[in-house]
Ligand binder design. Structure first.
Ligand code: GDP
Ligand code: MG
Length: 439
């Protein structure tokens, strides 16, 4: 009855589904956060429209406001859009793997070339660096110096040679020496220009790289979008490295780059030192992007409410053997609130292979559990052990819930087993499972 009252109440307020009307404030908030994080305006529009369409009509989770839930959906979508990045650097079937660095001048290409080499070195891949920036005085020296510092060889032909030729010979050299990765540093210009694009395209054509990484300065902000579009259209990139994230940029460039090129950010630069390169973590970036104002707090709040309620308290209880039938019932209700059991089960790793019959059985089983627990007294819920030793209590519960005494006995013994198991695992998790489903 309580459930039905609640859903009627929500219908009355029109809050049981996500609609354009009940997420107005949230939309405005998210828009502002994204813009303040320097996400390109058009990217913001497209992204939000996409998420809104996706969220439209979604059932609101019990206890969570539609706007909160929407912000949570935005956050998840941000993570997903920027995801995919644990794909490590591509590797050629036949060595060497060729990585071509592209980007404007001053974005950190040369630094990133050395950083990447060091990163690969740490995972036992050996590199050859190739210096093709013949335009800026000292650009070749810069790479040579960095190479010495990290003890990785650098291939160069001085500043009179043709960059395409240097790249080609560099890769040949790498092949001859049996290195597994050749990283080609290239020249940049302050602005995108024909010459630079033409040269990059010719280098790419000549060396057929497995990776063409666009190096983007995170401080570029809004401009990152145009930059990415141009490079992707003219050269074709396979990923990006976002540099200077140690500054106060809010990382919006990450979303722009990803949304426009469809290619993953693979690494981030977080300092001037050669060690300052990290794999890209979508969650961190999503938090950083939404880190403005109250948005992140809202995400956290919604997350908390969506997550199994008071998980921590629950965990403590589990560990201290105080987890009782009342807690169990709470968890069962949460399961029900969160949607059909089938949907939940699919999210649990390794549990997605249950067939329809088994799922149905699981649902039925949950209903049985709930019915029996409802027929228990407060004391019995608190202390399941008294049920283990009292057939008369079990009989009373059985007749109250419409099941057999043996069903109640099994519930109690399964519960005890489960509780023991949870304590052993030391971290609890879903109530569940051995014997409870289909047992
Ligand atoms: P390139 O012209 O694209 O080759 O850029 P460089 O590699 O020469 O870097 C330009 C400047 O940016 C240098 O002073 C670098 O030390 C600095 N730099 C590069 N990456 C980072 C980074 O992740 N964080 C910070 N703070 N500085 C960086
Ligand atoms: Mg350079």
């Amino acid at each position: 009855l309580a459930d039905r009252l609640e859903s009627a109440w929500k219908k009355l307020r029109g809050q049981d589904k996500i609609t354009p009307a009940n997420i107005q404030d949230a939309l405005r908030e998210v828009r502002r956060a994204l813009l303040e994080a320097d996400v390109n305006l058009q990217v913001v529009k497209d992204f939000i429209a996409g998420v809104e369409a996706k969220a439209q009509g979604a059932e609101v989770i019990s206890g969570v406001r539609p706007d909160q839930q929407f912000i949570k959906i935005v956050y998840d979508e941000l993570v997903e859009v920027m995801g995919d990045t644990n794909v490590p650097l591509a590797q050629a079937e036949v060595a060497p793997t060729v990585v071509l660095m592209a980007g404007l001048q001053g974005t950190g290409k040369t630094t990133a070339t050395a950083k990447l080499a060091l990163h690969l070195k740490k995972i036992d891949r050996n590199c050859l660096l190739v210096a093709t920036d013949v335009y800026r005085p000292a650009a070749i020296d810069q790479l040579v110096t960095l190479g010495k510092q990290i003890q990785v060889p650098v291939f160069e032909m001085g500043s009179d040679a043709d960059p395409v030729e240097i790249a080609r010979r560099g890769v040949e050299q790498g092949k001859a020496e049996g290195v597994d990765t050749v990283i080609i540093d290239t020249a940049g210009r302050l602005q995108i220009d024909r010459d630079m694009m033409g040269e990059l395209a010719r280098i790419k054509e000549a060396v057929q790289p497995q990776e063409t990484l666009l190096v983007v300065d995170a401080m570029t902000g809004q401009e990152a979008a145009n930059l990415t579009r141009t490079f992707h259209e003219e050269i074709g990139i396979t990923g990006a490295i976002l540099t200077k994230l140690d500054g106060d940029s809010r990382g919006g460039a990450a979303l722009s780059v990803r949304q426009i090129s469809g290619q993953p950010i693979k690494f981030v630069g977080v300092g001037e030192k050669v060690e300052a390169l990290q794999p890209f973590y979508p969650e961190r970036m999503a938090s950083r992007i939404l880190g403005m104002g109250d948005v992140l707090t809202l995400v956290e709040k919604a997350q908390e409410e969506i997550d199994l309620a008071d998980a921590e308290q629950m965990q403590e209880k589990i560990l201290s053997a105080k987890f009782d039938f009342t807690d169990f019932l709470k968890q069962l209700r949460l399961l029900k609130n969160m949607g059909s059991l089938g949907g939940i089960i699919k999210m649990i790793p390794g549990m997605n292979k249950l067939n329809a019959d088994q799922l149905k059985q699981g649902e039925t089983q949950l209903k049985r559990c709930e019915a029996m627990i409802k027929s228990m007294t407060a004391q019995e819920r608190k202390d399941p052990d008294i049920l283990a030793s009292s057939p008369s209590r079990r009989r009373r519960i059985a007749s109250g819930s419409g099941y057999k005494e043996s069903d109640v006995a099994k519930l109690v013994s399964d519960f005890q087993k489960m509780r023991g198991l949870m304590q052993q695992m030391g971290q609890g998790g879903f109530p569940g499972m051995p014997g409870m489903f289909g047992g």
